[in-house]
Write a protein that binds this ligand. Structure first.
Ligand code: ADP
Ligand code: XUL
Length: 521
C-alpha cells in the first residue's frame, strides 16, 4: 500500500495524479498547459503551426520543459514528492523523438532538462498523431511487406499516416544523414520515462502497437516490418516489454531538484488510450469506453486481436493482459471548439443549445465537421459540409450548429465502431469534454446506451498511477478499479427512447450524406 504517481504527457498538457491506496483518495491532481504556461515554445493546440495541413509536429523540448515546470509547481504547492512509492506514465500515442547514440546522458543539475535534451536531438521536432503527411510511405511499407493484409495481420493496423513506422520512413527518405546519426527512437511515452530515469526506458506493448512495427502475437518487433520501414531500424529501438515492466529508477536530478525519494521505481510508460482503458476500470472485455479528449476515441478490451474489416481501427496491447481495439477521430474537441468559437458560445451555452434549444435529429440538419484531415473515415482533403434548413446552411441558426457537430461525431462513431462492441448497453465516458451534459446526452441517444462517468476525468493519468500500484504495490486490478474507477452515480445519463427512434433515421441519412460528399470514405 502507498502512494503512486501517474504522469500524463497529452497533446495539450502534462498532468500529474497521485493515488493513495491506503485511503482510496486522489491526493494530487496538477497540470501544466502548454499554451498557457509555456507559450514561448509556440505550439497551438499542442502542435507547431505549419502551412501544410497534413504536417503536424510538436517540440520535444516543450515536453521536457513541462516536466521541470510540473515538478517544481507541485513541490512549491507543498506536496512532498518523497511520499511517492512508484511512478508510471502515459503519452499521446504515435509521436516519436529522434536522439543521438548515448542518450540519455547523466543529467546535470546546472541546466534545465529542455536545454540538455536539445543537444541530443537529431530531428528538432517530433511528428505527432495529428500528422497525416505519410500516405506515400504507407503505400511503400505495405508494398515492401507484401500488402495491407500482411501489415494488418502482424501489427493490428494497416500502415496508417500518423503511426510511427511511416513517420520514421519519411524521416529516413527526407534526411538520410540525420537518420544515420540517430541512435535511439522513442515514443512520447518512453521518451518521458527516459527523461525521468536518465536511462533508456523501453517501449511497452500497449503503445508499441501504435507503430506498425510490433508483431502483436510474438510480442516483439517484426523483422519484416522493420525491414519494410527503413534500413538499420532494429538497432535504433530497444526490445519492447510488457506494460508491467520496471523501466528504471528516478534519476538523482529529480531527487536533488524536487525532492523525489532516491531509488523510486519507474514502471514503463504506455499510450494514453491503453492507460485510459485501465483508468476507466475497463480492462476486461465487454465494456465500451468513449474518450473525448483532443482526439475522440472509442475503445474496449479484447482477448484476441480482432482487426477492423474497414481498415480504420487498430489493435493495441491491453496493459492488464490481452489486447484492446480502438478507433480514433481527429476532429474531436478541436472541431467542437471551432463551432463554439465561431458562434461565440461558452461551453454552458453549447450544452444548452443541445439540451434546450434544438430537438434530437436537429430538424433534419446535418453537418460533416471535417475542419482538419480526418482519420476515421480517411479524409485528407478536409472541409465542412452542411445540409438542411436555409438558416442552418447559412450559419444564422446558432443553436443548430452546436447540435449538428455533436450529432455528426456521435453518428460517425456509431457507424465506424460497430466492429468493436456491436450494441453496447452501457458506455463509460471520459476526457475533457465528457463533463458536457449536452454532448453526453447525444451520445446516450445515438448509441441507445446508458452513459456512466467517473469522478476523475483524466483517466490516462489515473490509469498510469494504477499501473504503478499494480506493478510495484502488487495491488489487484479489481481492488484498484473498485477504489478509483467506480462510476459516479451523479454522472449517469439515460437514453431517451423518443430520441433513440429519431437517430435510427438520422444514421442512414448521415451515412448517405458522408458517402455523397466524400466518395470512398
Ligand atoms: P487531452 O488529454 O487530449 O489533452 P483532455 O481530455 O484534457 O485532452 O480534453 C481537452 C479538451 O476538452 C479541450 O480541447 C476542450 O475542448 C475540451 N473541454 C473541456 N471542457 C469542456 C466542456 N465543458 N465541454 C466540452 N468540451 C470541453
Ligand atoms: C490514438 C490516437 C490519439 C492519440 C492522442 O490512435 O491517435 O488518441 O493517442 O490522444
Amino acid at each position: 500500500m502507498g502512494r503512486y504517481l501517474g504522469l500524463d504527457a497529452s497533446t495539450q498538457s502534462l498532468s500529474a495524479l497521485v493515488i493513495d491506496t491506503d485511503t482510496g483518495e486522489v491526493v494530487l491532481n496538477e497540470s501544466v498547459s502548454f499554451a498557457e504556461d509555456l507559450p514561448e515554445y509556440g505550439c497551438v493546440d499542442g502542435v507547431l503551426p505549419h502551412a501544410d495541413p497534413l504536417i503536424r509536429h510538436s517540440d520535444p523540448c516543450l515536453w521536457a520543459a513541462a516536466l521541470d515546470l510540473l515538478c517544481e509547481r507541485v513541490r512549491q504547492s507543498g506536496f512532498d514528492w518523497a511520499d511517492v512509492d512508484a511512478i508510471s506514465g502515459s503519452g499521446q500515442q504515435h509521436g516519436s523523438v529522434y536522439l543521438r547514440a548515448g542518450f540519455p546522458p547523466q543529467w546535470t543539475g546546472r541546466q534545465s532538462l529542455a536545454e540538455q535534451v536539445k543537444f541530443w536531438l537529431t530531428r528538432a521536432t517530433s511528428p505527432v498523431w495529428m500528422d497525416s503527411s505519410t500516405s506515400a510511405e504507407c503505400d511503400e511499407i505495405a508494398r515492401n511487406a507484401g500488402g495491407d493484409a500482411t501489415v494488418t495481420a502482424i501489427s493490428g493496423s494497416r500502415a496508417i499516416e500518423r503511426f510511427t513506422g511511416p513517420q520514421i520512413r519519411k524521416f529516413w527518405k527526407e534526411t538520410p544523414e540525420a537518420y544515420a546519426q540517430t541512435g535511439r527512437i522513442h515514443l512520447v511515452s518512453s521518451f518521458m520515462a527516459s527523461l525521468l530515469c536518465g536511462a533508456d526506458v523501453p517501449i511497452d506493448f500497449g503503445d508499441g502497437a501504435g507503430m506498425n512495427l510490433l508483431d502483436l502475437k510474438a510480442g516483439d518487433w517484426s523483422p519484416l516490418l522493420l525491414d519494410a520501414t527503413a534500413p538499420g531500424l532494429t538497432g535504433k529501438l530497444l526490445p519492447p516489454v510488457p506494460s508491467s515492466a520496471i523501466g528504471g529508477t528516478v534519476h538523482p536530478y529529480f531527487v536533488e531538484r524536487y525532492g523525489f525519494r532516491a531509488g523510486t521505481p519507474v514502471v514503463v510508460f504506455s499510450g494514453d488510450n491503453p492507460n485510459s482503458l485501465i483508468g476507466m476500470g475497463a480492462g476486461k472485455p465487454g465494456i465500451a469506453v468513449i474518450s473525448l479528449g483532443t482526439s475522440d476515441t472509442y475503445f474496449a478490451a479484447m482477448r484476441d486481436p480482432v482487426t477492423d474489416p474497414d481498415g480504420y481501427g487498430h489493435v493495441f496491447g491491453n496493459p492488464s493482459g490481452g489486447f484492446m481495439s480502438l478507433i480514433c477521430f481527429k476532429n474531436g474537441s478541436l472541431a467542437r471548439e471551432r463551432i463554439r468559437d465561431q458562434f461565440g458560445l461558452s461551453w454552458d451555452a453549447f450544452s444548452a443549445a443541445i439540451l434546450q434549444q434544438t430537438p434530437p435529429g436537429n430538424n433534419g440538419n446535418l453537418m460533416l465537421p471535417y475542419f482538419v484531415p480526418e482519420i476515421t473515415p480517411r479524409i485528407l482533403d478536409a472541409s465542412v459540409k452542411r445540409s438542411g434548413t436555409p438558416g442552418f446552411v447559412a450559419g444564422t441558426d446558432v443553436a443548430a450548429q452546436a447540435r449538428a457537430v455533436v450529432e455528426a461525431q456521435a453518428l460517425s462513431m456509431k457507424q465506424h465502431a460497430a466492429w468493436i462492441v456491436e450494441a453496447p448497453t452501457q458506455i463509460l465516458l471520459t476526457g475533457g469534454a465528457s463533463q458536457n451534459s449536452g454532448i453526453a446526452q447525444v451520445i446516450a441517444d445515438v448509441f441507445n446506451a446508458e452513459i456512466k462517468r467517473l469522478p476523475v476525468t483524466n483517466s490516462a493519468a489515473l490509469g498510469a498511477a494504477m499501473r504503478a500500484a499494480s506493478a510495484v504495490g502488487k495491488i489487484s486490478w479489481n481492488a484498484l478499479a473498485a477504489a478509483f474507477a467506480a462510476p459516479d452515480a451523479a454522472g449517469r445519463v439515460q437514453p431517451d427512447p423518443q430520441a433513440v427512434a429519431v437517430y435510427a433515421d438520422s444514421a442512414s441519412r448521415f451515412a448517405a450524406f458522408l458517402s455523397e460528399q466524400f466518395p470512398g470514405s
